[in-house]
Structures are given as structure tokens and as C-alpha cells.
Design a protein around this ligand. Structure first.
Ligand code: CO
Length: 493
């Protein structure tokens, strides 16, 4: 019987889904070595919204985080979520920026690149996957799962064929909204397995309470790995927790044996971290709620929506806007709802309710209609396409969108130099995606939060001598099997 592995997402999707991506490197480091020792298939430690959050909220250099996590957890492959041509942003970047980002990430220790495109347009994955392969790393092509009249199991499996043709090393069925049912999961895994031999990973969210059951079905169908996390950054809008998933497999021919004592200590440790992050943790994210199924939108999008509607003084129109979401989705060729398309569809649904259907088209709606994000799964509604043409004065793009983008790396390096930011490749790719935040990181205003110095200390390993501390120090510590893992954080004022 083929062994089953769990990947662990607590250091990325776990806190992105449950604590607004606010876990700091200092909070992560004591857990890194115990997580490494557990022997997971991969540790998801980077990518998605974490890079944005490091720069925008945490005053951290994302590449330094990756270096430190890699040093603290060197045995397990590190995994990141990459939005194809969008890298970790909302718009497309030229090929040279995508290539440089992947090369830098690989250089800093990233091993497995899970690459997806919000439209499931394989052309938007090509450059990223080719760059991962060129760096000698593991390219995992992701299929975004969604439900619609045009998303048949055959069509989703056909994307797997394209991923295989692009020489992906594995395939991920990525269910960002927790919509997969056990039977559909089983059929999808079986269909792909009947055509290809490469490993399949299933990634889901417990938002509607279906993930664990769907994982069980995936495992029975021959999936090689599933993604789990650690409570309290698990379940609800996050991945099923590792202990619960392992318990569900008791007696199964492919049951797993991750050390329950270490998992218990990790849980206790992360409870402490969660206590520091309570203001970013909503009780609504914690509960299993079939609302997500009713509206067919990702859980994170629901909570964002409620806030946006209040801001637009439309709080009483929530149900109308929700009812408009599938109308917009259908008009835009039934695009999956995942970053950034979830935001685009949500905004257009609000505009339709507020001003009348298609009376006011957002720029991003026009861009989707004109193919600037790629090829949507189904046809664009002719009425919307005609409006998009008329308002923009442009014709639809039929080729790969990034073919229209000129290389930017030389100009980015020059711009960094004029701003007195070290013109490294790392800084150039960060600056391309987050110009304001990268500049603020290097040239903080007086009011900016103080930088932190993180010194990881893993007692029991070769002694690391931390420098003497002069500022305010806080410590994070975790003990597993009499080994103490500790991080000291010095806040310089
Ligand atoms: Co996810």
C-alpha cells in the first residue's frame, strides 16, 4: 500500500485563513524545528499573502523569513503558493520578473512551488513552471476547483494533462473555498490517476465542514498527500487539523503515524501565539458554516464582503449582492473565485446592485472581459463584451497576456538605485510587486514600527550564541522531548 503523507500548512495557509496572515517570523521559529522533526511531506512556509503581509504589516523582509525558517527546518521540503504570472500579487508581471522571483526563492531555500492561475489558463503557468524546473526545484501544478456548468470533471482533468505536458512534478487539486464533496473528490483523483502517474495532493478548507470527508475519499482514490494544519490555525476556514485527520485514518490501510506528543506540544504553543493574534482572529472563521456552499464563494471573501458592504452603506443589500455573484460569474465565463478574481467578481456584483446591472463596469471587469487576465473557462456574455470594448476602445486579447508586457528587470534595478535601496534581484522583485511597502521598509518614516531582530536559538543543537540584547526582549519558547526551542526578539527603539 502506497504511503500517505500530510503536508503542513500552519506557517502559511493556516494563519492566512484564520489570522489574517499576521503570524510573525519570531512566532514561527520555535515551532519550525519540531515541525521539521515530524517528517511531513512538505512544510508550506511562504508565498500566498505572507510576502505582502511581511512588508505591509510586520516590517519584515520576506526573504529573511525564508532564510530563517529554512535554517530552522532544513530536512523537510519547504513549499510556497505562487499565483503564476501574478507571482504573489493581483496583476500580471513580465516574464523576466517572474523568472527572477522564482530564481531568488529557490536560492533562499524554497523547494516546492505550487503554481496556480485564477482562470486555470495554463498559459499563465508556463513561465513560472519553466523557471522552477530551470532552478532544479519541484514544480507542482495546481487545478483551482470550482463548480459551474462549464467546470466538468473532464475539463478539470484536461488541465492536469496540460500540467503534465509542461513537465510538472506533481499535481494539486486546490479547493480554496472548501466546495469539494467526497464523491467528486474521489472521481477527480481517480480520473487524473487513470491518465497520469505523478503524485496528486489535495488541498481543501474546512469552511463548510466537507474537507476531512473529501480527504478520506481522495486517500481511497489514491491521492498521495493531503494538506493539514495545527489547531488553532486549522479547521474552520483553514485546513483540517493534523491530529483530527490522523484520527480519522485509524484502522485505514494507509493510516499515518505523526508523533501525537509533538503535535500536542505544537498545539499548546500555537494556542499561545493565537492569544497574541486574537484581534485578527474572527469567531466566524472558526465555525463550520454551510453559508459558503449556499453562496459558492470562498470563506475569506464572505467576511471581506460584509466589511466592504458596510463601508459602501449597503449592509442591508447583502443577499442581493450575493445573488448577483453568480450572474457576474456567468457573464465573465464562469471564472473560478480565488485571488484575484474573487475580489473582481465581488466588486462588480456590488456595482450591479448599487447602480443597476452593467451600468457601471469596473476596470478589472473590463480587463477580464477583454482577456487581459487570460482565457476564461466559458464565453464572455456578448452584452458585457460589447460594453467592455466600447468603454475601453480596445479589442480583446487572444494570445498569452504576458506576451504584451515588456521586460522590467533593468528598469527596476535602476529605480532601486535612485531610491537608495540595494539593487538586488530580491529587492527588485519585491519592489515590482509592492513598491510603496518595499520603499517604506528601507526608508521607514519616523512613525513606522521599530524593526525587530530575531535570534533563533535551538537549545540541544550546537549552541548558537545570540548577541547581547539592549532593547526590549520578548521570547517564544517550545519544548518537545526535552529539547527547548526558543526565539528571542529584540525590539530596537
Ligand atoms: Co488554501
Amino acid at each position: 500500500m502506497k504511503p500517505l503523507v500530510f503536508n503542513n500548512t500552519v506557517l502559511r495557509d493556516g494563519h492566512q485563513s484564520l489570522a489574517a496572515t499576521r503570524m510573525t517570523t519570531a512566532q514561527m521559529l520555535p515551532a519550525a524545528a519540531p515541525l521539521d522533526a515530524l517528517g511531513f511531506g512538505a512544510l508550506e512556509t511562504w508565498g500566498g499573502a505572507t510576502i505582502d503581509s511581511c512588508l505591509r504589516f510586520l516590517n519584515e523582509n520576506p526573504f529573511t523569513r525564508l532564510d530563517q525558517l529554512k535554517a530552522a527546518a532544513p530536512r523537510t521540503p519547504h513549499m510556497m503558493l505562487l499565483r503564476g504570472q501574478n507571482i504573489v500579487q493581483y496583476t500580471s508581471f513580465p516574464d523576466d520578473v517572474v523568472e527572477t522571483f522564482v530564481r531568488c526563492s529557490a536560492k533562499h531555500g524554497m523547494d516546492v512551488f505550487r503554481v496556480f492561475d485564477a482562470l486555470n489558463d495554463a498559459r499563465n503557468l508556463r513561465t513560472a513552471i519553466r523557471s522552477v524546473k530551470a532552478a532544479g526545484k519541484h514544480a507542482q501544478g495546481a487545478i483551482c476547483y470550482t463548480t459551474s456548468p462549464v467546470h466538468t470533471p473532464e475539463k478539470l482533468a484536461a488541465l492536469a494533462d496540460e500540467l503534465v505536458a509542461m513537465e510538472c512534478d506533481s499535481i494539486c487539486i486546490k479547493d480554496m473555498a472548501g466546495l469539494l464533496s467526497p464523491r467528486i473528490t474521489y472521481d477527480l483523483v481517480k480520473t487524473i490517476k487513470s491518465r497520469h502517474t505523478l503524485p496528486i495532493v489535495v488541498h481543501s478548507h474546512e469552511t463548510a465542514g466537507l474537507a476531512l470527508a473529501s480527504y478520506m475519499a481522495a486517500i481511497d482514490a489514491g491521492a498521495d498527500a493531503v494538506d493539514t494544519s495545527v489547531t488553532p490555525f486549522a479547521n474552520g476556514t483553514g485546513q483540517p487539523d493534523t491530529v483530527r485527520m490522523q484520527a480519522a485514518l485509524a484502522g485505514h490501510p494507509r493510516e499515518t503515524h505523526y508523533d501525537p506528543r509533538a503535535l500536542f506540544e505544537l498545539r499548546k504553543y500555537f494556542e499561545g501565539v493565537a492569544a497574541e493574534l486574537t484581534k485578527f482572529m474572527s469567531p466566524a472563521n472558526d465555525r463550520v458554516d454551510s453559508d459558503a456552499l449556499c453562496y459558492q464563494v470562498p470563506g475569506g471573501m464572505l467576511s471581506n464582503f460584509r466589511t466592504q458592504l458596510v463601508e459602501m452603506k449597503m449592509a442591508d443589500r447583502f443577499n442581493d449582492v450575493m445573488a448577483e455573484v453568480p450572474v457576474v460569474r456567468e457573464a465573465l465565463g464562469w471564472i473560478p473565485l480565488v485571488t484575484p478574481t474573487s475580489q473582481i467578481v465581488g466588486t462588480q456584483a456590488m456595482l450591479n446592485v448599487k447602480f443597476g446591472r452593467w451600468k457601471n463596469l469596473a476596470q478589472a471587469t473590463i480587463d477580464i472581459a477583454l482577456g487581459k487576465y487570460g482565457r476564461p473557462p466559458g464565453p464572455i456574455k456578448p452584452e458585457v463584451l460589447a460594453l467592455a470594448r466600447k468603454q475601453s476602445g480596445q479589442e480583446p486579447v487572444t494570445g498569452r497576456p504576458a506576451d504584451l508586457l515588456a521586460p522590467r528587470m533593468p528598469a527596476l534595478r535602476e529605480e532601486l538605485a535612485t531610491k537608495k535601496i540595494p539593487p538586488t534581484d530580491e529587492n527588485a522583485v519585491l519592489f515590482a510587486m509592492f513598491p510603496r511597502e518595499t520603499e517604506a521598509f528601507y526608508h521607514p518614516k519616523a512613525a513606522a514600527p521599530a524593526p525587530v531582530v530575531v535570534t533563533p536559538v535551538a537549545a540541544g543543537n550546537a549552541s548558537l550564541n545570540p548577541p547581547p540584547f539592549t532593547g526590549k526582549i520578548s521570547r517564544y519558547a517550545l519544548t518537545v522531548d526535552e529539547r527547548r526551542y526558543e526565539t528571542s526578539v529584540e525590539v530596537i527603539n
